[in-house]
Design a protein around this ligand. Structure first.
Ligand code: NAP
Length: 322
């Protein structure tokens, strides 16, 4: 089985490296900077134990015109940041239209709506992962964390008849090899029985931690021990749960998510969250797909979410690309 990865940065290279090391053939496309580094020096995978593994079978192509549309890999995974999704969908439309199913490894809310608007017939599976990865010098991929990963069959909110749609069993022929492949390379995916809930649960954690860490310019451990963070985080989660309820999304209790946030902060104390890293690296942030999405949905449902609104504005003030 061959796998195409579109938008191969940190997570794309992590997944690609692990699949390649398990002898799957991976074709990846991403930024010219990463293409140059990997083509010249090869991809090097650094595992959690600090061991280095040169990766073969991971081929990066320079541009879309180099892809043979008559012989595309069976599986397509998009791994760009949520803010790059509109550009990626446009740029790779001719390729994506040849697939009936696409896997999206990405955080955020509302991503499905963008895909659904352009590819209404595409079956979409979101991969929600708590693995961590950082790509350095364009060709050294470091695994920075390990956790659970879920495969979530999702649909655009406008066309979703049920907030917890189950996987389309007609497509299990493609799902089985993918699940097998991720299992073999120790990134086992569990099929989520409540896919939309799973996507929202990851987003709740990101909505509370990412903007606050980014604004304060502090690693996760700082938030864990800051009383003001817990007051503010509590208000944010309260607002998100209110919006979700109004949208018919089934979620657990406020205290459950506060415990989850504490658990994530404890496990990642030394880490700088991805929004903080984006700001430090002069890149856009995923705020519009996190708290920004909450404010949009709140407006639609005539709900007031002042804490989320304030955070969106503050992050946009700090975003050097805005
Ligand atoms: N990294 C983690 O530890 C982690 C963990 C869990 C979930 N996630 C989520 O996974 C998603 C991906 O994160 P990431 O950290 O892997 O992001 P990333 O390192 O920024 O990788 C995304 C890559 O996509 C490339 N890209 C953007 N537009 C493109 C286009 N039009 N054509 C080709 N390539 C394009 C980017 O190129 P440029 O460099 O030129 O922009 C970048 O290299 C995000 O939603 C993130 O929140 C990340």
């Amino acid at each position: 089985m061959r796998i195409l990865i579109i938008g191969a940065g940190s997570m794309g290279c992590l997944v690609g490296a692990k699949l390649s090391l398990a002898h799957y053939e991976v074709l990846a496309i991403g930024s010219p900077r990463i293409y140059k580094a990997i083509s010249k020096k090869g991809l090097i995978f650094h595992d959690l134990g600090g061991l280095m593994h040169p990766v073969e079978n991971f081929k990066m192509v320079e541009s879309i015109s180099t892809l043979n549309t008559h012989d595309l890999p069976e599986i397509c995974i998009i791994t760009c940041k949520a803010y790059s999704l509109p550009t990626v969908l446009k740029k790779y439309a001719s390729i994506l239209s040849l697939y009936t199913e696409v896997f999206l490894l990405q955080n955020g809310l509302g991503n499905e709506d963008l895909i659904g608007a352009q590819f209404p017939n595409l079956t979409l599976y979101r991969i929600i992962s708590s693995f961590g990865a950082v790509l350095k010098d364009g060709h050294h991929i470091f695994q920075t964390g390990e956790g659970s990963s879920y495969l979530c069959h999702t649909t655009p909110s406008s066309s979703s008849s049920s907030p917890t749609s189950s996987p389309n069993h007609e497509n299990l022929s493609l799902l089985h090899p993918l699940l097998n492949a991720f299992g073999i390379c120790q990134m086992a995916l569990s099929i989520s029985a409540s896919p939309i809930t799973k996507v929202w649960e990851k987003a709740i954690i990101n909505c509370a931690i990412n903007p606050m860490g980014a604004l304060l310019n502090q690693p996760n451990g700082f938030l864990l021990n800051n009383l003001h963070f817990w007051t503010m985080g509590g208000k944010l989660v309260e607002e998100i749960l209110h919006v979700a309820k109004q949208m018919g999304i089934s979620l657990k209790t406020h205290s459950h998510y506060m415990d989850q946030i504490r658990h994530v902060l404890k496990a990642t104390q030394a880490n700088k969250n991805s929004m903080l890293q984006d700001i430090e690296n002069h890149r856009p942030t995923e705020i519009d797909f996190l708290n920004g999405y909450i404010t949009q949905m709140a407006k639609k449902n005539a709900i007031s979410v002042p804490y989320n609104e304030m955070l969106v504005a503050l992050i946009k003030m700090k975003d050097p690309t805005d």
